[in-house]
Design a protein around this ligand. Structure first.
Ligand SMILES: *Cc1c(COP(=O)(O)O)cnc(C)c1O
Length: 301
């Protein structure tokens, strides 16, 4: 239903720092699997689209901010798979402004947009609010903000393949925690899964524990979430981060975004320089995509 355009490939990142510390670092290019439904958003949507079709829905409805990778990906995936789509966008003030590139792309894919003030938007997971939306739009298949639910986690398990069992440490950026939950569920007990939080605060650990409750047969202990590299919070940046991303891209020809993958990569370099990994370890970084946000936010590196 949702096509995989390209199998993800793994490339080694060669850097003097890694050599000095006795480490090998690789990146899995999940950002390359689809031209518009990139990275983890493709993984999270795959089984949800199947389920929506199985349940006989013809419309998807979801929530997101003005630069949301999830909105962008859901609009494209809905278009490709033949669904109508509705996006509830945070920020009523956007209503009277020209659409930014993320949102105009979404409408080009056929997504109907509705703008909600922040107080209304906050009710996005409350059943009364969902009922109001159903009265307004008719029946739809609901995807939560960020796309995280059990089927999304199931899709994210497929980020790790059998071949990836050779890596000692697997790293990814964390937003709602769906992606890392799938990776943890697919990992081996002797691998360590290390997440880098894109958000300020310590709540993600308990959130991931909650998301993993369905896997009660297995007790996962092989993971952690680092909260030191959020750069002030979700979508916040500074020159140090932006310069790092530019420099990394020039040296390694791998583009990163400033909301997720750039912060993960910054964190990896910093932890490696502080000797936080044992010599000889093989580290696999997941490139979760998100490059539309980097291009469309207008940030200049
Ligand atoms: C959405 C997103 C994430 C966060 O994924 P979660 O499953 O919400 O934790 C990470 N990286 C990129 C590029 C994303 O677009």
């Amino acid at each position: 239903m949702l096509q995989l355009y390209k199998e993800p490939f793994i490339q080694e990142i060669e850097d003097q720092l890694f050599k000095d510390k006795g480490l090998r670092v690789y990146i899995k290019r999940e950002d390359q699997i689809h031209p518009t439904v990139s990275g983890n958003k493709w993984r999270k949507l795959k089984y949800n689209l199947h389920e929506a079709k199985t349940q006989g829905h013809d419309t998807l409805l979801t929530f997101g901010g003005a630069y949301s990778n999830h909105i962008y990906a859901t609009a494209a995936a809905a278009h490709e798979a033949g669904f109508k789509s509705i996006g509830i966008i945070r920020g009523e003030e956007l209503e009277d402004k020209p659409l930014n590139k993320t949102l105009s792309f979404a409408t080009e894919q056929g997504m109907q947009l509705a703008f909600a003030d922040r107080e209304t938007y906050r009710q996005k997971s409350e059943s009364n609010f969902i009922k109001t939306l159903e009265e307004e739009y008719g029946k739809f298949y609901l995807l939560p903000e960020g796309g995280t639910n059990n089927l999304a986690i199931k899709g994210c398990e497929e980020i790790l393949s059998d071949n990836d069992k050779q890596y000692d440490i697997v790293c990814c950026a964390v937003g709602t925690g769906g992606t890392i939950s799938g990776i943890i569920a697919a990992s081996l007990p002797d691998q360590h899964v290390l997440g880098f939080s894109a958000l300020k605060g310590d709540f993600l650990k308990s959130e991931v524990q909650r998301l993993l409750e369905n896997y009660s047969a297995k007790k996962f202990k092989n993971w952690s979430i680092n909260t030191d590299y959020h750069f002030g919070g979700y979508a916040k940046t500074n020159h140090e981060l932006l310069d790092f991303i530019t420099d990394f891209e020039q040296r390694h020809h791998v583009p990163l975004d400033q909301v997720y993958t750039g912060k993960m990569m910054f964190g990896i370099y910093d932890l490696i320089s502080k000797n936080r990994f044992r010599s000889g370890a093989k580290i696999l970084l997941i490139h979760t995509g998100g490059l539309q946000g980097a291009l469309n936010s207008g940030i200049k590196y």
